[in-house]
Design a protein around this ligand. Sequence first.
Ligand code: NDP
Ligand code: 13P
Length: 329
Amino acid sequence: MSGMPRIAVIGAGAFGTALAAVIAQTGKAQALLIGRDPSVMADLQSDRVHESALPGIQLPPSLGFSARAEDLNESDIVLFAMPSQAQIAAAQTYGPHLKAGVPVVICAKGIEKQTSRLLTDVLETALPGHPIAMLSGPGFAADIAKGLPTAMAIAAQELMLAEHLAKVISGQTFRLYASDDRIGVQLGGALKNVLAIACGIVEGMGLGDSARAALIARGLAEMSRLVDAMGGRGDTVRGLSGLGDLVLTATSHQSRNLRFGIALGRGEPIAAQHGSLVEGAFAAAVSARLAEGHQIEMPITQAVAAIIDGRLDIPTAITQLMSRPITTE
Ligand SMILES: NC(=O)C1=CN([C@@H]2O[C@H](COP(=O)(O)OP(=O)(O)OC[C@H]3O[C@@H](n4cnc5c(N)ncnc54)[C@H](OP(=O)(O)O)[C@@H]3O)[C@@H](O)[C@H]2O)C=CC1
Ligand SMILES: O=C(CO)COP(=O)(O)O
């Protein structure tokens, strides 16, 4: 056991627990899940089932649990699996307990709402001296934790680090592809949530599968444009993070973003929708602002942002999207 890398996952929600479970299952690393609530972590230690996050799924016997930030000080790799808007707070809480220079992998799909900064920039500032990587792509936590085949992307500034992380974290059922385009990989994850809301609206209004397919294709063009404008490679979003994740969350009712959009399309008030995490509801406004700042066209994203803000009603948004000037693809 002693020669194995130690990997800690912070954030004992659905995704963090699933990642910790699948890493423990590889048998190549010692995995530790760190959560905030001592009683939840103690229950996990004894029951090995996270009923609220991953109901009915048995977690592997080799997975460790802790509520103590101090237990991070032995970890060789640390995954941050809390929501986007909580990443900075988590860096402040857990940063002082990290071993010098260990890579930190962001496992959230979003952009910081208050400052419009990319999460890699946010954590690079908050955790100086730690290489910041980004894990994103198609994969529902429950599918990952059940050991169904899943593949995602992992990006670091240095391709060699991304390749190392991909090798250490991947296993029989969970496969990572390495990239050095952190901007493309993270924007793919953040923007697909906004487009999944758009697809939900289309479904909720009964506008048909053809409209959904058009949104996926034109949404991909929007993602690609913003990635290019922000210094990434537009082509990255044609891979797992971007197209792969958009196909998943634009079509599966497991997606919270899709379900949120369906409720909007059915005319349910936003205020009535609370409870589960809808990252796209945060990402819509900030990505619309980024599009404006970079002077690029992202009409679908901008329409979703305006609908969520209450500045535009859905029928008008559709009319506006359909009456834009005819152009080339
Ligand atoms: N669920 C999924 O299928 C997937 C989710 N993701 C992404 O993963 C991220 C997390 O989503 P998900 O796991 O579903 O969300 P959940 O709501 O299931 O869990 C979020 C977890 O984050 C913890 N948390 C919140 N703030 C902090 C903090 N400051 N410090 C430490 N922990 C904190 C919460 O702790 P507490 O319980 O104590 O409140 C909670 O356990 C999102 O960005 C999502 O887009 C990516 C791929 C798949
Ligand atoms: O990102 C996800 C799967 O890849 C999860 O999607 P939701 O956050 O919409 O549930």
